[in-house]
Design a protein around this ligand. Structure first.
Ligand code: MLC
Ligand code: AMP
Length: 497
């Protein structure tokens, strides 16, 4: 094997005239056509000067070419670095600079990105169906490309994940990380070439890219490739599909639609949920409506998937199931000492799924991966006598909104800079559709005045929409404990978190 990732996920499909991507307009891209496009894009990357081991930062709307670019990076030995399309130019600059990306690929609709690239010393290309510089160059290239030799320990992708300090970290994922997890999940969830997966997730995160796409590539099946969550489209395609993966919002929105019922799901064999807690009530309601028991699993950017409810056997509502067959999981105290079964503590995991470390942050890596190889997830959990894991909270100050992670610190740093704001604290408050949304509590500086509209405008310029507080409260002081630490629990009690 010369390049394990390419050889496992992509190469087996060469010449297969079977459907790989069903697009909303009815167009079908076969496995063979997809691979030919990936090869053309690999040539185009080389034309932009991308070499083996270079990072290719990509911020484009979900489209087949974006997925083919992932394959092109795998084939040419470049490191794929997908970025949320909601990121502002300010956020993007950090990722491109920090990663030392050789190339930033953006949407032609975002002219500000060329500037981001040039400031970071990266080349810039656009990608789109037509008129994108990278896609145009690819159109004229050969559709075969000699796969670059790589090993399982070589890096395949960087995914940036924000943290408690407000500074995002580039999680380095090796070829081996991705392959092992995709193989384990394909087997566990029984995906085969007969499956048709409803794919409405973004492909710049673990869930839509590594869980959904990698699994379907290993299985050799097809995906209904929707640009974003669109309930009408899901309902339309469902009778022709066999499986779906989504964040809990997918399930609550489906349940809100009267057309979604047992008949509509008759051809479906599996619904999988993850990235945020699925309410046990949603699980029960879903079963009542359709007869299907949602299979909930748990993972992270740094670990891919770590646990899953069983395919056969009891899918327990409110739990994230059992550790995957090749993943060790323990529940520990702060020192990393394993707690007796049934006690709540921090979840730590070890296995071939655990990432390589944070790019250029060896001290952060050492803080989060113990010398014995266990990764400290920051999630609080408990394991029952049968091995089922329940996530009971988060040790980390994290808000999950519609499946996106939002770290309060990042927002607080922006808020604290605003005129009239002495200090701030951001908490998550419940939201029926997105699970949680951020609420900002601002302390007005004595003798000063906070102009909320100006604050919101400044936040909008600095942070992606999904990180922007949906609510603001102005107070005279923040509750603190005797050590001077802000008591977010007290704020949650007052403001409904
Ligand atoms: C969109 N908006 C959000 C949002 N998504 N706000 C907060 N949180 C979100 N997640 C905002 C938009 O900016 C817009 O604001 C308004 O909501 C409507 O936008 P939209 O584009 O119409 O939203 P919609 O398509 O309905 O998106 C909601 C969603 C989407 C939940 C379907 O966010 C989504 O697909 N989330 C999945 C995220 C995901 O893949 N997570 C996996 C991470 S990996 P305005 O102001 O214009 O109205 C991971 C590991 C693991 O966690 O275990 O899987
Ligand atoms: P991310 O860093 O975006 O990959 O988000 C990972 C975080 O999402 C985890 O650390 C958990 O806090 C949360 N998460 C993922 N899956 C689940 C789940 N099934 N239930 C509860 N939380 C989850």
């Amino acid at each position: 094997m010369t390049n394990p990732l390419y050889d496992t996920l992509f190469a087996p499909h060469a010449g297969r005239q079977t459907p790989f991507l069903h697009l909303p307009d009815g167009e079908v891209i076969t496995h063979a056509a997809f691979l030919r496009r990936a090869a053309q894009l690999a040539h185009a990357l080389a034309a932009f000067g991308v070499a083996t081991g270079d990072r290719v930062a990509v911020q484009v709307e979900k489209c087949p070419d974006m997925l083919a670019l992932y394959a092109a990076c795998a084939q040419s030995g470049a490191i794929f670095l997908p970025l949320n399309t909601a990121y502002t130019a300010a956020e993007l600059s950090y990722f491109v600079e920090d990663s030392g990306a050789a190339l930033l690929v953006g949407d032609p609709a975002r002219p500000d990105l060329a500037d981001v690239a040039s400031k970071a010393g990266a080349a810039f290309a656009t990608l789109s169906g037509a008129g994108g510089s990278l896609s145009d160059i690819a159109d004229d290239q050969s559709d075969s490309y000699e796969t670059v030799e790589r090993g399982a320990d070589d890096l395949a992708a960087f995914l940036y994940t924000s943290g408690t300090t407000g500074r995002s970290k580039g999680a380095m994922l090796s070829q081996g990380n991705l392959i092992s997890n995709a193989q384990t999940l394909t087997d566990l969830w029984r995906f085969t070439a007969d499956d048709v997966l409803l794919h409405a997730l973004p492909i710049f995160h673990t869930h839509g890219l590594f869980v959904a796409s990698n699994v379907m590539l290993i299985a050799g099946g097809a995906m209904v490739f929707l640009p974003k969550l669109d309930i009408d489209a899901l309902i339309d395609w469902m009778p022709r599909a066999t499986a779906m993966m989504g964040v809990p919002t997918f399930y609550t929105r489906l349940l809100d639609d009267d057309r979604f019922d047992r008949d509509l799901t008759a051809n479906m064999r599996l619904f999988i949920s993850g990235s945020a807690p699925l309410l046990a009530e949603t699980h029960r309601q879903f079963e009542g409506r359709t007869g299907h028991r949602i299979l909930e699993r748990y993972g992270m950017t740094e670990t891919n998937m770590s646990t899953s409810n069983p395919y056969d056997g009891d899918r327990r509502a409110g739990t994230v199931g059992l550790p995957l067959p090749d993943v060790e999981l323990r529940v520990c105290d702060a020192q990393g000492t394993e707690l007796p079964q049934g006690e709540t503590g921090t979840i730590e995991v070890r296995g071939p799924n655990v990432f390589y470390g944070y790019w250029n942050m060896p001290e952060k890596t050492a803080e989060e991966i113990r010398p014995d190889g266990f990764f400290i997830t920051g999630d609080l959990g408990v394991q029952d006598a049968d091995g089922y894991v329940t996530i009971v909270g988060r040790g980390k100050d994290l808000i999950i909104s519609g499946g996106y992670n939002v770290y309060p610190k990042e927002i607080e740093l922006v808020l604290d800079e605003q005129p009239g704001v002495l200090e701030s604290a951001v908490i998550g408050v419940p939201h029926a559709d997105l699970g949680e949304v951020p609420l900002a509590v601002l302390v007005q500086a004595p003798g000063d005045r906070i102009d909320l509209e100006a604050v919101q405008a400044a936040v909008a310029g600095a942070l992606a929409r999904f990180k922007q507080p949906r609510h603001y409260e102005i107070v005279t002081e923040l509750p603190r404990n005797t050590m001077g630490k802000v008591q977010k629990n007290a704020l949650r009690e007052v403001f409904g978190g």
